[in-house]
Design a binder for this molecule. Structure first.
Ligand code: C5J
Length: 223
């Protein structure tokens, strides 16, 4: 039988299911967090994102100590870009586009240096790594089947960017019946107002998408 642990959260306590919870870390890859990647090519200040690396590393260490299933995602396309809609390549006014070569290799392409997950939060053996061609983690991936096979019903989210790939993945998960918690200080956006709005939207209307809480609340419960 699954034991439930109450985590103080917004809009009310999150009922974490012991043994049925996975940590999902979205797109903590060099392409978004370091100079010379996709995020910087779009004109963003990437230092906002690198600031959360220690919090994500703490959360990952906690999840490993608790023996949770751990999922890492990368926004990544096949080298021939056959999984990338032309509209996604066309969009925007960046000097280099998806698939073109930058200082860290071809932007958002699997296997390129810029596509690697940051060493501080890198996957270890036994953890799930998903290359997703979209913003959401369920589109054109097998993650739902893999989570179901492990009996996972609860997802704790972290990563970047809050209002794009994190929020899209969380909404996709919510529609598939997962109970979702976003760790507020282990996610970040290039735009502080978008992060604040996303956290508010998730917890609004009685948790229409899920719950949010600071990392310290989770750490206190499992100290
Ligand atoms: C973006 C992401 N922002 N990982 N991707 O394009 O949020």
């Amino acid at each position: 039988m699954t034991t439930t642990v109450q985590i103080p959260a917004a809009p009310y306590a999150y009922p974490l299911a012991k043994g049925a919870t996975a940590l999902v870390i979205i797109d903590m890859q060099r392409d978004f967090v370091e100079e010379g990647g996709f995020g910087a090519a779009l004109g963003n200040d990437v230092s906002r994102l690198s600031a959360i690396v220690p919090a994500v590393a703490r959360l990952l260490a906690l999840a490993r100590r608790l023996s949770w299933t751990i999922v890492h995602t990368r926004e990544a396309h096949l080298p021939d870009l056959s999984d990338c809609p032309p509209s996604k390549i066309r969009r925007g006014n960046a000097p280099i586009r998806i698939g073109e070569a930058g200082p860290m290799g071809r932007l958002l392409v699997r296997g390129e240096p810029g596509n690697a997950i940051l060493p501080e939060v890198a996957p270890i053996a036994g953890e799930i790594v998903i290359d997703k061609p979209g913003k959401g983690m369920f589109w054109k991936t097998d993650i739902h089947e893999r989570l179901q096979a492990r009996g996972i019903t609860h997802l704790v989210f972290a990563g970047v960017t809050t209002e794009v790939c994190v929020q899209t993945s969380m909404r996709e998960a919510n529609d598939r019946g997962y109970e979702c918690l976003l760790i507020e200080d282990a996610t970040e956006s290039y735009f502080p107002q978008f992060k604040a709005a996303t956290l508010a939207m998730i917890a609004a209307q009685g948790g229409i998408v899920g719950w949010t809480t600071p990392l310290a609340r989770l750490e206190e419960v499992f100290s």
